[in-house]
Design a protein around this ligand. Structure first.
Ligand code: FES
Ligand code: FES
Length: 169
């Protein structure tokens, strides 16, 4: 079957997609986006997390055909050109990346959390990331990364607010 899907803002098409093929396979093997990782293929580790119509999903559990006509945003699509998203940059700066296998899923999950809850408490961070497993046990640094990303997002928002107040005032 043919699947038409918008990925990171671009309309993409894949042919000969087989029934039962996962969205994760489609993204990695057909569309050349290896950011989302295949670690368990059973919905248990979160390494394959992507946004589907704005909601984080485990792409290993979504059939590629279910993405027909929908919008997918992968970890690659969070960056603005060569500029990393604050969540991505904070994972780097906080040393929250060891082997990196869990990182794309954690980054998408943290990105989603901060969009919903800009200043999350530690409990909220833990809960939001509960479905993402890190085999390198780097959870403390991961928490630090999300706290840092929240701070940076807050700073950039207050910066843009004062800029616009300056522009209008
Ligand atoms: S690879 Fe999808 S949840 Fe682990
Ligand atoms: S950094 Fe290796 S699994 Fe998390």
């Amino acid at each position: 079957m043919r699947v038409n899907v918008t990925v990171n803002g671009e309309r993409r098409q894949a042919d000969d997609v087989w029934e039962g093929e996962s969205l994760l396979f489609l993204l990695r093997e057909r569309l050349g986006l290896p950011g989302s990782k295949n670690a368990c293929e059973q919905g248990e580790c979160g390494s394959c997390t992507v946004y589907l119509d704005g909601t984080p999903v485990c792409s290993c559990l979504v059939a590629a055909g279910q993405a027909e006509g929908r919008e997918v945003r992968t970890v690659e699509g969070l960056a603005d050109g060569n500029r990393l998203d604050p969540v991505q940059q904070s994972f780097v700066d906080a040393g929250a990346v060891q082997c990196g296998f869990c990182t794309p899923g954690l980054v998408v999950a943290a990105h989603d959390l901060l969009q919903r809850v800009p200043r999350p408490a530690d409990e909220e961070i833990r809960e939001a990331l509960a479905g993402n497993l890190c085999r390198c046990t780097g959870y403390e640094n991961i928490l630090d990364a999300v706290r840092l990303a929240a701070e940076r997002r807050g700073e950039s928002e207050s910066g843009s607010e004062s800029e616009s107040a300056g522009a209008t005032g």
